[in-house]
Design a protein around this ligand. Structure first.
Ligand SMILES: [Zn+2]
Ligand SMILES: [Zn+2]
Length: 237
């Protein structure tokens, strides 16, 4: 993996407890929150490193079309959590989610729920070793604990886009002025079955945010719906 996404995965928050959907009933839980499949964790997965991604699990779910929260196969329709910068680069660096796992993440993740306006600063979650001799934590490298260029940065807007599994393609964008090389799910030319905003960008982020074409796309879709509705009412008075 050339890059790892910052984790919009659940992590402990002051927020009220979010009900766990039936699909996640058997998932490991820590501090009342489901530990997502791609979150870095000790062999005892109820001991996660919140905010860190397991790069092996990330590659596995991405290439095998699995859900980043429960780790199971995705359905015919899946949800992508994307930012305007992902849309501009044409790749969703976050793996897909089941609709119900996306529902849970929107509420349980402090970033997606809008409870925080900054990503975790570097080194916020120290990599503690555990006493389990079979645990891989002794191989954890500090690099797996950070997302270069994101630490402490203001939050971007997040959107939820629904796509068909038939349109699912893994794609790598090369490094350019907007960021390092990134592998994820291709967005260019892929029809969005649904598109809606999940959270606004941090209020103080101003000019640091990329152009929000997703907001323009939503506005255009609303406009066309209005025109279609007008046409229908004229055709069927
Ligand atoms: Zn799932
Ligand atoms: Zn361990």
């Amino acid at each position: 993996m050339p890059t790892t996404p910052h984790s919009p995965a659940p992590r402990p928050a002051a927020a009220e407890r979010v009900p766990i959907p039936a699909r996640l009933a058997h998932a490991p839980v820590s501090a009342g929150l489901v530990v997502p499949y791609i979150t870095l964790a000790h062999r005892d997965r109820t001991r996660p490193v919140w905010g860190s991604i397991d790069p092996h699990r990330l590659g596995e779910v991405l290439h095998h079309k699995r859900c980043q929260v429960c780790g199971e196969r995705l359905y015919d329709t899946l949800v992508l959590m994307i930012r305007p910068s992902d849309y501009l680069r044409g790749v969703s660096v976050e793996p897909g989610l089941h609709p119900e796992c996306a529902w849970y993440s929107r509420r349980a993740c402090v970033m997606l729920a809008g409870h925080v306006d900054r990503y975790n600063p570097a080194g916020n979650t120290p990599l503690n070793r555990c006493g389990d001799p079979l645990c891989r934590c002794r191989y954890w490298a500090p690099a797996e604990d950070t997302v270069p260029g994101r630490e402490g940065k203001p939050a971007e807007a997040w959107y939820e886009a629904w796509i068909r599994l038939d349109d699912y393609d893994v794609f790598t964008v090369p490094a350019d002025e907007s960021g390092p090389a990134a592998t994820g799910i291709a967005l260019r030319g892929v029809p969005f079955l649904r598109l809606r905003k999940v959270r606004d960008p941090a209020p103080d982020s101003g000019d640091s945010q990329p152009m929000d074409l997703l907001a323009a796309l939503i506005a255009a879709r609303k406009l066309w719906e209005t025109i279609d509705a007008t046409d229908d009412s004229e055709a069927n008075p």
